[in-house]
Design a protein around this ligand. Structure first.
Ligand code: FA5
Ligand code: MG
Length: 452
């Protein structure tokens, strides 16, 4: 059981998103509170920190080499989001517990990579940036929200167009034209591990793969330098005595079905390594299937909120959705003058109120026969979504605080702690109690649990 019908009229057979109507079926699991937010498109709202972050990254990947696509429809097919990128049929990302489906083959994109193949096919240009809202069922805390924004970038070279067909030389010559930087970079040594993160030997010579990787890494390092230079300028404006630690980045091997080799870029930030993006050399089958087999290149995907939180020192991801002037006014004018960027000054923090809910899970084969009390058809993301659907943006986080299985009956019990706190005002006791009662009620209705 998933919580597919939260706050939805049970007889509806279609949903309307951005003015278009889509047929639904039993796969529908997008709650109303998500559908309502689809038209917001924060990456396009002038002076919004997500849009400002997009503009700063765009400035590092200039036109005409890179074309910008910022208005792609968030409703895509399972083919676009998964199949075209080589996701195996049993990949966990396809599960209803992780992804918002409208029907069995239509969903809200989980990443901007959903548009990769289409853009390669439609327009054999040198490069692109795609910025867009993306949707994932996930945990609830200050850095996770079911809608966030990504930017995807790619740079391709065409064998038929480069001098002497020598792609490696062309890529290295483009690399020479990029600015240099002097930050500290840690890279895997040796740089390639073909046994676990292979170059595509059937399609690319080692020299080509090395040149593409070098161009990719320098391009993305330059982006991080730009962001952190602006973050530092904002910090100095807030405190003239601000002293920063020298910027350090590292490349970590990663896996994506649509790139090989693949890496993640991490930045050392207030005592910890923070993952900021995923990237790699584009799997050649994607170009081949898109009808541009002569092209080869690299791609990356970055989370815009994660960067914006660093840049502006925004402490809670819910703030991006705030319509409160005390939030929005702080960024006025920055879209037209990126140098005027300042740190966010938090307005007063309102009190929080933590409440626990404990319940017994339902055993899954209730209807007759073969009861297996230890098998539970339960996914934590369902709890997260019920809390978000009932209480909206006044939930700060939801954490599992206790879990046990009864030794005799085999029944499983869970206890979650829900932290209620508005970013905009003080909640009354009655209001918090009412919300919590409603959460309890909906947990029982939708998940069939028994409150303890
Ligand atoms: C992807 O989504 C890949 N499509 C990225 C990619 C593109 C790889 C092109 C290769 C080529 P991933 O799920 O790791 O990968 O997300 C990419 C980035 O999005 C992360 O590095 C992070 O910055 C951001 N991100 C991911 N999940 C969240 C989240 N729940 N909240 C905020 N930001 C997130
Ligand atoms: Mg990742």
């Amino acid at each position: 059981k998933t919580t597919s019908n939260i706050q939805r009229r049970t007889n509806s057979t279609s949903v309307t998103i951005n003015g278009a109507s889509y047929k639904t079926d039993s796969w529908l699991n997008v709650p109303e509170n998500i559908i309502e937010k689809v038209p917001r498109r924060l990456h396009l709202q002038k002076d919004h920190p997500v849009a400002i972050t997009r503009q700063i990254i765009e400035s590092v990947f200039p036109t005409p080499t890179y074309k910008y696509h910022n208005e792609f429809n968030p409703v895509v097919t399972t083919h676009q989001n998964f199949d075209s990128l080589g996701f195996p049929q049993d990949h966990p990302g396809r599960a209803k517990s992780d992804t918002y489906y409208i029907n069995s083959n239509t969903l809200l994109r989980t990443h901007t990579s959903a548009h990769q193949a289409d853009v390669f096919r439609a327009d054999a240009s040198e490069g692109y940036l795609i910025s867009a809202d993306v949707y994932r069922r996930d945990e609830v805390d200050r850095s996770h929200y079911p809608i966030f924004h990504q930017m995807e970038g790619a740079r391709s070279w065409d064998r038929a167009k480069v001098a002497n067909g020598d792609v490696a030389a062309a890529v290295l010559s483009d690399l020479e034209k990029l600015p240099k930087h002097n930050i500290k970079v840690q890279d895997p040594n040796p740089p390639f591990h073909d046994e676990r993160n292979p170059r595509q030997a059937e399609h690319h010579s080692p020299a080509e793969a090395e040149a593409l990787a070098a161009h990719l890494k320098r391009s993305l390092e330059l982006m991080v330098v730009e962001i952190f230079t602006r973050a530092k300028a904002a910090a100095v404006k807030a405190d003239p005595n601000f002293v920063d630690e020298p910027l350090q980045v590292r490349w970590v091997e990663a896996y994506f079905p649509f790139t090989s080799p693949s890496w993640e870029l991490e930045v050392y930030y207030s005592g910890d390594w923070l993952e900021v993006l995923g990237c790699g050399v584009v799997t050649q089958d994607i170009y081949i299937n898109a009808g541009v087999p002569n092209q080869l290149g690299w791609a990356f995907g970055i989370g815009l909120e994660r960067i914006a939180m660093l840049l502006f020192q925004i402490p809670d991801i819910r703030l991006f959705w705030s319509q409160d002037e005390r939030f929005l006014n702080q960024f006025k004018g920055v879209s037209d003058n990126l140098d005027s960027l300042k740190r966010f000054v938090p307005f007063s923090k309102y009190p929080s109120c933590a409440k626990d809910v404990s319940f017994w899970l339902k055993s899954s084969s209730a209807a007759g026969g073969n009861t297996k009390p230890n098998v539970h058809d339960f996914h934590e993301n369902d709890v997260m979504e019920i809390v978000r659907s009932v209480a909206g943006d006044v939930v700060e986080d939801v954490k599992l605080v206790d879990e046990f299985t009864h030794p005799k009956t085999g029944r499983r019990s869970m206890c979650y702690r829900i932290n209620y706190r508005s970013l905009e005002r003080t909640l009354t006791n009655t209001e918090t109690n009412d919300l919590h009662d409603e959460v309890n009620k909906v947990l029982v209705e939708k998940l069939g649990v028994e409150i303890r």
